[in-house]
Design a binder for this molecule. Structure first.
Ligand SMILES: [Zn+2]
Length: 102
């Protein structure tokens, strides 16, 4: 697995771009294949994370604009596997319902 030392890569897409444009923006910088995996940390005003190619194994750093993060969280693209690092709400379990009724 090779790390691409290009500094934080800033993908080029806008909030209302079609899925194919967003997938293309996250294509691997080494082999240019789509279908990469990106992990984004949501903390702060400057979302950042990393990308990994599921074909050649290359990895790279990512920096996003807040609007790009909004696009990924509301409507993730078809081919790119997007993992957001924000904490998810705890699932509601049956015990919680019983406590509310007491
Ligand atoms: Zn690749």
């Amino acid at each position: 697995m090779a790390h691409v030392p290009c500094g934080p890569y800033v993908p080029c897409f806008t909030l209302d771009d079609a899925d194919v444009m967003v997938d293309a923006a996250f294509a691997c910088p080494v082999c240019l294949r789509a279908g990469t995996r990106v992990e984004i940390e949501v903390a702060g005003n400057h979302p950042a994370g990393s990308g990994a190619c599921r074909t050649c194994g290359a990895t790279w750093a990512l920096a996003l604009e807040p609007r790009q993060l909004l696009r990924l969280s509301l409507d993730p693209p078809c081919k790119t596997l997007v993992l957001l690092g924000e904490p998810q709400p705890a699932p509601l379990v049956a015990g919680d319902l019983d406590e509310d009724r007491a």
